[in-house]
Every structure is written in structure tokens, then in C-alpha cells.
Design a protein around this ligand. Structure first.
Ligand code: GLC
Ligand code: CA
Length: 554
């Protein structure tokens, strides 16, 4: 397989609003990030991905952009940005920017123009339609509840917004829109950034004629039917020609609704579109009648089928991204591991082992390297996320879910679990801010914080550091083939990696009970590469403790 730096890299995601507040206004900022670059360097990550830092009215925390070439006032200035970028490069790391171009903010200049008159030159930058029988043009629902259409008084037509009504969708079928986006991307590349994470890029090409979507029982609107639309690959190839191919970048597309077959096009190793995609199959396991608003646990066999399927499905044709958490997901430790204090550290290390030993580029979400957990939000008033707030209203007002259950589901699945402030130390506000934080600090910061863990060689932090370092030493971790092992085993996640003479056997216990396993092939003659338990050496019959993980190299 062809080598590439972005295959060998580990990416660290920063949610700037919650990472580090240096000026004391309660909101994280760019200078705060710059002040913590040494921490990231120590961890050993190669690439930093920043969630959006552009000018935005913050209806969806920066995923609603009003100026793509300006920095959000709360986060700092363009000079602060340049200093941060220089600091990242000085330390030998790279910077990935979030590219949010399925939609803009309704406060973007283009939309202000577009909504002003039907014959405005920017009208066709967005998707405007007449109503149908006094109602919305079709039955599409917004990802943030309600219809995906908003009636606009000025011209008495509806505009499409797959997300909040302050996030109108751009019309990618208009070549002028594509030109604007590509020239903005080139501007950032000329500034020296090193890549893009492309927000909901699988949704940019809407189906011809915007037909009604499929309805499901109990739903008022149809779930977004725009994934992998008719021209999405054509537009990404154009983007690749006009921008991406001119620079040495890392690119990852966030692809809601992507299948393995589609991913082979988005992330083809021929380099015609993107380097890799974020797929959603494994984070949607257990979703039920009301989507993610449920307390169902993830079934291990299902998880293995999904992830093994992506590993073997893309083999030799496309590249995987590896993630358990990000700013849209609950804390991975609480979801896939066990956040009870007695198992917190061991299960955080186990999950990291399971993910980082697969083939693909691993993503670490801020605080994951500390084993941060979901947050016990006392009430809906403590929640800040537009998705959770809207869903709470919709579900409780319609009587579909009681308020007690809904806040419980938000504590399990809400996006704010990942957005509480980074836990730097055991001082005031976890060392995140001198002021009042924009969202509550998880009360467990006195036990779980970076200061304590950087000083403790047995911490989750040091385990991540070791995993990341191993990636640089063992090519089999990056380039080896992947073979599922005993997929039906309900307690252990196991697989084999091979590259020429080297091979790895990975075994991860997803339960709080001890398990035993007979090593396959000649692994009994191997040695332990990394483990989260007492290293008892290698035997043919291995005992794996609660949430234990062992990687054996042969
Ligand atoms: C993506 C982002 C999410 C945002 C949405 C709309 O899924 O990751 O945070 O709300 O797109 O931009
Ligand atoms: Ca600040």
C-alpha cells in the first residue's frame, strides 16, 4: 500500500468554545488554544482539527457561518489565528479547518441579499420554493426538529434549511456558489492551513425536483433524504481539481448517510475526491423509535459487525477514519465503555486500544485522552445545544417522551456531554476560565483532569501517548491488513493485523467480567506490545480482566 502522512497521523479535535478561555469571558478562544499547544505536542498528535472559528451568530456554535474569511469575535482576531497557526507549525503539527459549506448563517451577506428580492443576483445561491397548498414545498424535516422549510415574508417563498432556520442550505447546483466556495478554500490554503474537515458534505447535492421523502409512523416530517445526492461526487471531484490537488492536505468528509459502497467513491485511494469519511453506522447502533433519544446500550456483536464491515469493506480501495467521539456524540467512555469510577480508567484505555489498532486514521476528541465522561446535567436549563433543546420541546410537548425520560436521554446521548469545558486541573472551573463558563463544568473535574494525569504514568493520558507513539514505530498498525476474529463472541472484540512478517492480535474485553481466550495461530510465542492490565506475559490461554485490552505482536 502506498504510504501517506495522513494515514500515519493521529488527529486531535478541538471544540474551541470549550477548550481554553484565556481572557476570562467564559468562552474558549484562540489564544487559549495557543497557550495549550505544548500539551498537545506532549500527547504526540500530528494534526489539530478545529471546529469552526469563523464569524458566526452562534445559533449552532459556529456551524452557522456569517463570514468565512473572518474570525469569530469571541474567539479572537485574525492575528491571533496567525499566531496559533505559526505555533502549531513550529511544533511540527498541522492544522485542519472545519469547512461548513452545505449551508451558511442567515446572517451571511449572500443570504441577506438572497432573501431581499426574487431578482437579486444572490437569489439562486440558496434553495427557494413556492409553498404547496398553503404548506411547505415538501415533507422534509430539519435535523433540529420541525420542517426543513422556512417561510420568508419579504418574498413570500420558502427557503430550505436541513438544520436550524438560521442555517439556510446553499444551492450547490449553482456554479457561482461552487466558485465562491473554492476560492474561499484556496484563500485558506494560501494562508498555510493543512486540510479540511467537511461538514455534512454528503448532503450538498439535493435530489432532482426535491421529491417528498419517506415517512415513518409517528413522525410529522420525513428524515433528510439528501445523502449522497446525484451530483455529490461530481462536485467533490471539481473541488479536488480546483483546490485540494494543488496542496498537500488531509481531507475528511463528514458523511451522514454514507454506505460502504459510497465511501469507496468519496475516499477512493485514487485521490480523486477526499482522503477519508466519517461514517455514522457505529454511533447510531441502538437508535430506536425516537432516534437517538433512548437509553439502549450498544450491543458488542452489532458494533463488531459494523466496524469489521468498514475495515474489510474499504480494504485496498479506500481509507477509514477511526472515531468513537466528537462534538456531536456523547462521551465515548460513557457510551461504549463503563464510566463507573472503578472501571473508568481501564475501560477508557481499552476503547482507545480497540480503535487505534484498527486500520485508518484515528481521531481523538478533546478530553477523551483523559477519560472524560458524560455530564449529569441537572435540568434542561443547563443544556445549551440547539438540537437537545428543540428535541426536548418537541418530544415533551407532543407527549412522546416524558420530561424525566427526556433529560435522562440527553444525559446519555446529548451533544453537550462532549461540550463541557476541558478539565485542565482541580482548581476553579477546572482551569478552563477565570470567568463564568458558557456551559457547566462536569463536577468530576476534581478527580479527572490533565494536571493530575500528565503527572501519573498510569493515567489514560499516558496510555494514549504510548498508543500514538507505537503508531510511529510499528508500520503494521498503520498499513497492516485487518481480519476479524470470532465475531460472534459477545464479550471480546478481537482481530488480527498483518503486514509482511509482522502480525498483531488485538483482544479487548467489553465486559466487567474476567474472560479467557485461547490465542490463535502462533501468537503464544509473541510478546505484549501494549496492555492496560498487569503484564502477565503471553500464554496460550490468556485471562483478560474486566475491560482488559492486550495487543500481542508476533
Ligand atoms: C455537523 C456538525 C454539527 C452541526 C451540523 C450542522 O453534523 O458536526 O455540529 O450541528 O453539521 O452544521
Ligand atoms: Ca475567551
Amino acid at each position: 500500500m502506498e504510504r501517506a502522512w495522513w494515514k500515519e497521523a493521529v488527529v486531535y479535535q478541538i471544540y474551541p468554545r470549550s477548550f481554553m478561555d484565556l481572557n476570562g469571558d467564559g468562552v474558549g478562544d484562540l489564544n487559549g488554544i495557543t497557550s495549550r499547544l505544548d500539551y498537545l505536542k506532549e500527547l504526540g498528535v500530528d494534526v489539530i482539527w478545529l471546529s469552526p472559528v469563523y464569524q458566526s451568530p452562534n445559533d449552532d456554535n459556529g456551524y452557522d457561518i456569517s463570514d468565512y474569511q473572518a474570525i469569530m469575535k469571541e474567539f479572537g482576531t485574525m492575528e491571533d489565528f496567525d499566531r496559533m497557526l505559526a505555533g502549531i507549525h513550529e511544533r511540527g503539527m498541522k492544522l485542519v479547518m472545519d469547512l461548513v459549506v452545505n449551508h451558511t448563517s442567515d446572517e451571511h451577506r449572500w443570504f441577506v441579499e438572497s432573501r431581499s428580492a426574487k431578482d437579486n443576483p444572490y437569489r439562486d445561491y440558496y434553495i427557494w420554493r413556492e409553498g404547496k397548498d398553503g404548506k411547505e414545498p415538501n415533507n422534509w424535516g430539519s435535523a433540529f426538529s420541525g420542517s426543513a422549510w422556512q417561510y420568508d415574508d419579504a418574498t413570500q417563498m420558502y427557503y430550505l434549511h436541513l438544520f436550524s432556520k438560521k442555517q439556510p442550505d446553499l444551492n450547490w447546483d449553482n456554479p457561482k456558489v461552487r466558485d465562491e466556495v473554492f476560492s474561499m478554500m484556496n484563500w485558506w490554503c494560501e494562508k498555510g492551513i493543512d486540510g479540511f474537515r467537511m461538514d455534512v458534505i454528503s448532503l450538498i447535492s439535493k435530489p432532482e425536483g426535491l421529491p417528498d421523502g419517506q415517512m415513518f409512523p409517528g413522525m410529522e416530517y420525513s428524515p433528510i433524504p439528501c445523502a449522497n445526492g446525484p451530483h455529490v461526487h461530481e462536485y467533490l471531484r471539481e473541488m479536488n481539481r480546483e483546490v485540494l490537488s494543488k496542496y498537500d492536505l488531509i481531507t475528511v468528509g463528514e458523511c451522514a448517510g454514507v454506505t460502504i459502497e459510497e465511501a469507496k467513491k468519496y475516499a477512493s485511494l485514487d485521490g480523486s475526491e477526499l482522503n477519508m469519511v466519517f461514517q455514522f453506522d457505529h454511533v447510531g447502533i441502538g437508535d430506536a423509535e425516537h432516534g437517538k433519544w433512548t437509553d439502549r446500550r450498544v450491543d458488542l456483536v452489532e458494533l463488531k459487525k459494523v466496524l469489521d464491515g468498514w475495515q474489510t469493506g474499504l480494504a485496498g480501495q479506500a481509507w477509514n477514519s477511526l472515531y468513537f467521539s466528537n462534538h456531536d456524540q456523547p462521551r465515548s467512555l460513557s457510551r461504549f465503555g463503563d464510566d463507573r469510577e472503578e472501571y473508568r480508567v481501564v475501560s477508557a484505555k481499552m476503547l482507545a486500544t480497540c480503535l487505534h489498532m484498527m486500520q485508518g486514521t484515528p481521531y481523538v476528541y478533546q478530553g477523551e485522552e483523559l477519560g472524560m465522561t458524560n455530564c449529569p446535567f441537572p435540568s434542561i436549563d443547563d443544556v445549551r445545544d440547539i438540537e437537545s433543546i428543540n428535541a426536548y420541546k418537541e418530544m415533551t410537548e407532543s407527549g412522546k417522551i416524558t420530561p424525566e425520560d427526556m433529560i435522562r436521554y440527553i444525559r446519555l446521548r446529548g451533544r453537550d456531554n462532549a461540550r463541557t469545558p476541558m478539565q485542565w486541573d482541580d482548581g476553579k472551573n477546572a482551569g478552563f476560565t477565570e470567568g463564568t463558563p458558557w456551559i457547566m463544568v462536569n463536577p468530576n473535574y476534581t478527580r479527572i483532569n490533565a494536571k493530575q494525569q500528565t503527572a501519573d504514568p498510569d493515567s489514560v493520558f499516558h496510555y494514549y501517548k504510548k498508543l500514538i507513539a507505537l503508531r510511529k514505530e510499528e508500520p503494521v498498525i498503520v498499513y497492516g491488513s485487518y481480519e476479524p476474529y470470532q465475531q460472534e463472541n459477545e464479550s471480546l472484540y478481537m482481530y488480527i493485523r498483518r503486514l509482511e512478517d509482522a502480525k498483531l492480535f488485538v483482544v479487548c474485553n467489553f465486559t466487567d467480567q474476567e474472560q479467557t481466550v485461547a490465542l490463535p495461530e502462533d501468537f503464544a510465542e509473541g510478546s505484549v506490545l501494549i496492555t492496560n492490565q498487569e503484564n502477565a506475559g503471553v500464554q496460550h490461554e490468556m485471562t483478560i480482566g474486566a475491560y482488559g485490552a492486550v495487543v500481542i505482536r508476533r
